[in-house]
Design a protein around this ligand. Structure first.
Ligand code: PLP
Length: 424
């Protein structure tokens, strides 16, 4: 078979883009060589529907071992009693949980998408808002912090079966104990979706959801720095404590419900090559080196937030506790869309993002979301952050001037080009 140069040329072009640019998308990262190697391995050829020891296909002895190692490492990393490493993505992890805990039409209470929540937390364009009855909590207008009074009021009023604690664009730590208090007050299942801060949580840098939340989902590719994928976990003593009437009316072990929510409920064959890559990433995350990495991510985010504030940028909640920040650009007279486009021309990647109480549409937005997980993997330190903010500020001030943007791209390429990137 002839090598498909058309596609490989594009892969190379993407590699160059990743090497030369400043990657600030808060949900992205760069995996290690060994994670990449496993993700591109022969395990992609194997069908393994079912779970280790209970498969629907022969020849699964090797992938059973791989999957068991991934499960055990995930449990150790997060202090979990149960882990399912098969979800193909964060969205599918959440779908499986909804499947296991809810009936269509049941009420859920999630973080408003426009305040920082995720599509799968009840957005009307997503399965979570179509199949279930979504209700929302949000942030306080004056502080940008989660409004826990609103959360409690909404729970009392709406009587949700499931409450979701977690976000895609929230820069502060989450009080999972408070969430649990609210969930208990209405007999709801509490799901923590830690997709974004998972790496920081694994290393004890942010509040731990495991003692408080019935179920925890995460993606594996953001701060956790693994392959693209998802995972579901439960802590000790959380196995089926709910007293809720389960779908079938029978009391089955919650872990069994979650497993069957993934397969056969929501997926077919697991991606064993990705599960191998997850196992390796979890192994990496168990090291002290990863702790130092996560601390650097947080220090970089803090330094970057301070540099933005010094230049009169309006950060939602005024700063960050984690790896990201959400910036309201309205006082800078530029939309999120124009900012994103201009930054791309300067080889700086961010995403436009709605800000709480936004006046623009989701396609335009008033803000951008910025994160430090990927640039920290590239080796940038606190001392580099004010320079990065200077470059961003220069772009936003000259967003319609392509000549200036080209000049900034050269500076960006000079900063990043000499830095090693895994797999290059
Ligand atoms: N949950 C949260 C909080 C997220 O931020 C994301 C991704 O951005 C997801 C779920 C979904 O993950 P995926 O894109 O892998 O489906």
């Amino acid at each position: 078979m002839q090598r498909d140069e058309q596609i490989f040329e594009l892969i190379n072009a993407e590699k160059e883009r990743q090497v030369d640019g400043i990657e600030l998308i808060a949900s992205e990262n760069f995996v290690s060589d060994q994670v990449m190697e496993a993700a591109g391995s022969v395990l992609t050829n194997k069908y393994a529907e079912g779970y280790p020891g209970k498969r629907y296909y022969g020849g699964c002895e090797v992938v059973d071992e791989v999957e068991n190692i991934a499960i055990e490492r995930a449990k150790t990393l997060f202090g979990a009693a149960y882990a399912n490493v098969q979800p193909h993505s964060g969205s599918q992890a959440n779908t499986a949980v909804f499947h296991a805990c809810l009936k269509p039409g049941d009420t859920i209470l999630g973080f408003d998408l426009s305040h920082g929540g995720h599509l799968t937390h009840g957005s009307p364009v997503n399965f979570s808002g179509k199949l279930y009855r979504p209700t929302f909590y949000g942030v306080k207008k004056d502080t940008g912090y989660i409004d826990y009074d609103m959360l409690a009021d909404q729970a009392k009023k709406e009587q949700p079966k499931l409450i979701i604690a977690g976000a895609s664009a929230y820069s502060r730590d989450i009080d999972f104990a408070k969430f649990r208090e609210v969930a208990d007050s209405v007999g709801a299942v509490l799901l923590a979706d830690i997709s974004h801060p998972a790496g920081l949580i694994a290393k004890g840098i942010l509040n731990d959801p495991m003692p408080h939340c019935h179920i925890v989902t995460t993606t594996t590719h953001k701060t956790l720095r693994g392959p693209r994928g998802g995972m579901i976990m439960m802590g000790e003593n959380i196995d089926n404590p709910f007293g809720i009437t389960l779908k079938s009316g029978k009391l089955r072990k919650m872990s069994g419900l979650l497993d069957s929510g993934v397969f056969p409920g929501n997926q077919g064959g697991p991606l064993e090559h990705i599960i191998a890559a997850k196992a390796i990433a979890f192994g990496e995350a168990l090291t002290d080196e990863f702790l130092h990495y996560m601390l650097q991510v947080k220090h970089n985010a803090d330094a970057m937030a301070k540099a933005f504030v010094a230049k009169d940028y309006n950060l939602i909640s005024g700063g960050t506790d984690n790896h990201m920040m959400l910036i309201d650009l309205r006082n800078k007279n530029i939309t999120g869309k124009d900012a994103e486009n201009a930054l791309v021309k300067a080889d700086i990647t961010v995403n436009k993002n709605m800000v709480p109480f936004d006046t623009e549409s989701p396609f335009v937005t008033s803000g951008i979301r910025v994160g430090t997980a990927a640039i920290t993997t590239r080796g940038l330190k606190e001392t580099d952050m004010s320079y990065v903010v200077d470059l961003i500020d220069e772009v936003l001030k000259n967003y319609e001037n392509d000549t200036v943007l080209e000049g900034i791209a050269e500076k960006v390429n000079k900063l990043m080009g000499g830095r090693p990137l895994f797999n290059v």
